[in-house]
Design a protein around this ligand. Structure first.
Ligand code: TPP
Ligand code: MG
Length: 354
């Protein structure tokens, strides 16, 4: 890999204060255990998505399916900056977000395959999964729709007087939606504790960002509303975490919203039916070879002697077992009965926030 590896802190130095600037590149704000966790969490997303791709190919997953392969460091880095109670909401490219916030691989895979053991009892599929327990609010197929909804989640927390923060994830394409700017205006006006995370993977379906806007520095658009923000290397999980911590501190201090434009790349097509004619194989291969986020952490672990090849092999096996188990669970879980067509349409109870 071409880039200069960032340094990991050893367990002995784990109490040293973090003196790094957010998103500054070389960062040393991580312990060995956390680095191993990053490796494990990113690998789980990648292997899970590879398996989902296989099951889709076998006809076991129907409908839409948008894989997150390549973008793993974004959500894993930001989750490291959260505390219990924080909320997240995202688009249809959502499997990674669910796994990163602690939802079970079994439940996510079973939902993809339309089985009763899934998070939406097999009735939602890839784009419509939720977990109130893990504060995950979807899963939204309409581009940009999650942005005002996310501001609403943050409004609820502000109204209730707690210090929770909401992470609203959306893409570079969604950043051209009008509702994003209406939301920016109100979020800043009301000082809502919301972090707008633009996952800039440089494409919106087959349209490169260079063809969709002349204003390609997306975080900078917040300035029109008084919202601060910054660009982050989304292939460097440590840089993402540091930027996330800075944004979270801003929100928890009551200073209102913050924008993180996380520069990333998706290796697979937009969805499972993508002709891939809008970019070259060489372009994709170059990012894989030179910027891959998992390889980066792997190298940090090995060169810093924080783990051996055998340690990493053991983690690889552990992840493979979890993913295989989720596929087995999904095949064994039954399809929902026809009578379920008439359930879960209206809420049976009014949620209490006391
Ligand atoms: C309102 C709306 N317009 C168009 C679409 C079709 N569509 C689905 S995904 C997508 C591209 C969005 O790209 P981006 O926001 O960059 O997210 P990414 O897929 O790269 O994660 C489009 C145009 C849609 N689902 N909703
Ligand atoms: Mg995009």
């Amino acid at each position: 890999m071409a880039r200069k590896p960032t340094e990991a802190r050893t367990p002995e130095s784990a109490d040293t204060p973090n003196t790094s600037g957010a998103a500054a590149g070389a960062i040393s704000n991580v312990s060995r255990d956390e680095l191993l966790k990053f490796y494990r969490d990113m690998l789980l997303i990648r292997r899970f998505e590879e398996k989902a791709g296989q099951l889709y190919g076998m006809g076991l997953i129907g409908g839409f399916c948008h894989l997150y392969i390549g973008q793993e460091a974004v959500v894993v880095g930001l989750e490291a900056a959260t505390k219990e109670g924080d909320k997240r909401i995202t688009s249809y490219r959502d499997h990674g977000h669910m796994l990163a916030c602690g939802m079970e691989a079994n439940g996510v895979m079973a939902e993809l395959t339309g089985r009763i053991g899934g998070y939406s009892k097999g009735k939602g599929g890839s784009m419509h999964m939720f977990s109130r327990e893990r504060h995950f609010y979807g899963g939204h197929g309409i581009v940009g729709a999650q942005v005002p909804l996310g501001a609403g989640l943050a409004f609820a927390d502000k109204y209730l007087g707690n210090d929770n923060v909401t992470f609203v994830y959306f893409g570079d394409g969604a950043a051209n939606q009008g509702q994003v700017y209406e939301t920016y205006n109100m979020a800043e006006l009301w000082s809502l504790p919301v972090i707008f995370v633009i996952e800039n993977n440089q494409y919106a379906m087959g349209t490169s960002i260079k063809r969709s806007t002349k204003s390609t520095t997306l975080f900078g658009r917040g300035a029109a509303f008084g919202i601060p923000g910054e660009q982050v290397d989304g292939m460097d999980v440590l840089a993402v975490k540091a930027a996330g911590e800075k944004a979270v501190a801003h929100c928890r201090a009551g200073k209102g919203p913050y924008i993180l434009e996380v520069m990333t790349y998706r290796y697979r097509g937009h969805s499972m039916s993508d002709p891939a004619k809008y970019r070259t194989r060489e372009e994709v291969q170059k990012v894989r070879d030179e910027r891959d986020a998992i390889e980066h952490v792997r190298e940090l672990l090995l060169t810093g002697k924080h783990a051996t090849e055998d340690d990493l092999k053991a983690i690889d096996k552990e992840i493979k077992d979890i993913v295989n188990e989720s596929a087995e669970f999904s095949k064994e879980s039954p399809e929902p009965p026809l009578s379920d067509l008439w359930t879960d349409i209206y809420a049976d109870e009014i949620p209490s926030h006391a």
